[in-house]
Design a protein around this ligand. Sequence first.
Ligand SMILES: O=C(CO)COP(=O)(O)O
Length: 253
Amino acid sequence: MTERRPFIAGNWKMHKTTGEARALAEALVENLKDCPHKVMVAPPFTALSAVREVLKGSPILLGAQNMCSVREGAHTGEISVLMLKDLDVSVVILGHSERRLIYGETDRLINEKVRLALEEGMEVILCVGETLEQREAGKAEQVVEEQVKRGLDGVAPEDLSRVTIAYEPVWAIGTGRTARPEDADAMHRHIRRTVASLHGTDAAEALIIQYGGSVKPSNIKALMAMENIDGALVGGASLSAENFLPIVNFHLE
Ligand SMILES: O=C(CO)COP(=O)(O)O
């Protein structure tokens, strides 16, 4: 069995002023000096610069929550990959369900972003996940498989090591309702098989697949105990050190 290093990421969504972001980042840096896991925080764009200063010299990676699908140009209100790189952002979250459902992002647009980010040397967290309606209609696996295939379309095999997939069932996001670890694991296995069909079993075995959706200190351990769950993409519980630290340090609990 392949050993995969756990990857715990905090998605701060549209929360935190620069001062608040700096304070949270300071608490994380102070307490995660010896953490064996890969850790990332994704503040809002406006706080990237402030958090970058705090993270300097720390193993915590700086992430962004989105980026534009084109390199530069007349795209009022957008943020480019070059701007992110300029701020030492090394990971970008793409295809989050809030981008898909509130802002109408399609698999095609998300795929353009994935390819551009990889071309520019970034790491990508590609988010996938079904809605409650799709799950109740028995279509969860099919929906997620299509999102994975379309999201990764045209990605070179050698770039796959810079891709993490986050399985975030929409019905579990911000609802307090977490997927049962066994159900999440089954979907992660399906995602791994899908990636194996595209890029071979070695690449699929090495792939980090995060679970996201109401991850908390009380459920992280059971989730991480599953064979195919390699990390977590945490929303609400990443907004305070009190909740995020025990999640990141799940191995000590
Ligand atoms: O969307 C999420 C992370 O990207 C999950 O959010 P919650 O942890 O708040 O459910």
